[in-house]
Design a protein around this ligand. Structure first.
Ligand SMILES: [Ca+2]
Length: 218
């Protein structure tokens, strides 16, 4: 009986995190943009095939020319499905599949903006090779990985309670909210919010405990 109680406790502790989700995985299979935006809307499109799993896998395509305004800077933003309380919804990290279909390697950063205008950008960029292969990138929402670039008084931890928007951008030399003027063709797919790892371990432990063979107690 004791082990059943312990197992149920594990499940009950984890229940709030399982019950909420900020947004479904943005897999683009419905033909939409999942409310990702760009200053020049025609340069952001849903492509019906060629995602990470190949034929028939939809993905989000962003093309920039590197010179015009708007339309020259590789940036895409989402203030709809990705706004909200990341603490209540247990968003620990944001992951995505990206591919660089352009001619030059790109320096990818991830950014987050709070409701008070606070903007934080990853301090280090990830180099995305111009090889047209899909890469799985994960951005942990760890304050140590971000630099505040503009506005507001809320801390990074406070911003996670009230996120207004997130964005991916190409910016090489330093953290900043705007992208570089760069010609590019970038693919995005399977943009997902990841739960805190301990939650899954806790649930797994609870299920494993409940699933253990019961000893006969005659
Ligand atoms: Ca897809």
């Amino acid at each position: 009986m004791t082990r059943w109680i312990l197992g149920l406790c594990c499940l009950l502790v984890s229940a709030p995190a399982l019950a909420t989700s900020l947004t479904p995985v943005n897999d683009f299979e419905d033909g939409s943009l999942f409310n990702w935006t760009y200053a020049a809307p025609s340069q952001l499109t849903n492509v019906a095939s060629g995602g990470p799993t190949g034929a028939g896998d939809h993905w989000l395509r962003l093309e920039t020319d590197g010179v015009s305004h708007p339309g020259g800077r590789p940036v895409t933003t989402n203030g709809s499905q990705w706004s909200g309380d990341y603490v209540a919804t247990n968003v620990y990290a944001v992951a995505a599949d990206l591919a660089n279909f352009g001619a030059e390697d790109l320096h990818i950063r991830f950014a987050i903006q709070g409701a008070g205008g606070e903007r934080f950008v990853t301090t280090d960029a990830i180099v995305l090779s111009a090889d047209a292969n899909w890469y799985h990138l994960t951005f942990a929402l760890d304050e140590a990985d971000f630099t505040q670039v503009t506005g507001g008084s809320a801390s990074f931890a406070d911003v996670l309670f009230d996120v207004e928007r997130i964005r991916f951008l190409v910016r090489e030399l330093d953290p900043g909210w705007n992208g570089d003027e760069t010609a590019s063709v970038i693919g995005f797919d399977n943009i997902a919010n990841l739960p805190e790892p301990g939650t899954l371990l806790l649930v797994g432990a609870g299920l494993a405990w409940l699933g253990r063979p019961r000893r006969r107690t005659t």
